[in-house]
Design a protein around this ligand. Sequence first.
Ligand code: GTQ
Length: 344
Amino acid sequence: MAGKRSAAERKAFYGRIDPLHMAPLWETFHELVTPEPVTPCVPSHWAYERVRPHLMEAGRLISAKEAERRVLILENPALRGQASITLSLYAGLQLVLPGETAPCHRHSQSALRLIIEGSGAYTSVNGEPAYMEKGDFIITGAWSWHDHGNDTSEPVVWLDGLDVPLVRFFDASFFERFPEESHPRQRPAGDNAARYGANMMPVGERPHGGHSPVFRYPYARSREALEQMRRLEEWDTHHALKMEFINPADGGPVMPTISAFLQLLPQGFATAPYRSTDGTVYTVIEGRGESIIGDTTIAWRPGDVFVVPSWYSAWHRGLEESVLFSFSDRGVQEKLGLWKERKE
Ligand code: GTQ
């Protein structure tokens, strides 16, 4: 006998348990426990030249001060209204115009910035300014005070990456405004790099756990590392040359919830198809190329942002020599024993 009772009887039963807020597992089991990841996210792409005029228009509509943060959120087309670029991560483009400041605050959410346009603006982290150059990677770990400012004569634009959806998932969001507009200067620019960025650390200090003590990873240095390494021509089939930004105190990801990477694709190099369980957000620092993500082809240029959803097979080709920055929740998944990759 196929089933014990007719479909109609079962349906009537579901109706009787529904008011008790109960549901039959057997109707959804195979959607819940899938043989492989099945993400609602889709591959998507924001071309900087298409997005930039709207960002500049936002600059005429509202000040950084009034907005708190003048950001256009990049939402995965399949997750509209959820401020999510993947299920766990948030991304946005932030604009700070000449002469503007964005007020000092702190929150449970961890944040990263990747500078796309402009030079000489700053983020101040706990009262120490980090001056920005194109390609610089800056973090503000959870609960760090931070304010932004631009004393130059040109707009500055950066990509924000935050763990907003993850923190929302855990219902663990706290936020606080600093009593003043900006944090009083606590340390001179460069102090953080001296303390934690020279493969040394003040004696007696122990890593505080959580995020990296280094808050600025200058592009000039990371780019130079790629340049030195490429001389060996030891290309990885699936990544060409890919490095992870680390927390020097423990060798782990830069922040507990966000891992970040920098990748060099030589001209003409095509990576082999690769998938992993961490949906990944990419931005292009240098060069021009294309990525095939599932059935979707994306042609990218500097400033563009694109997403490879969890477990989508993806490969990349540099039409010129290219440098890609990317971030994902890989570190979280590794800690939870969930992270997997497949090389094809
Ligand atoms: O710069 O502090 O894109 O608090 C979203 C929330 C940026 C920031 C965002 C934020 C910030």
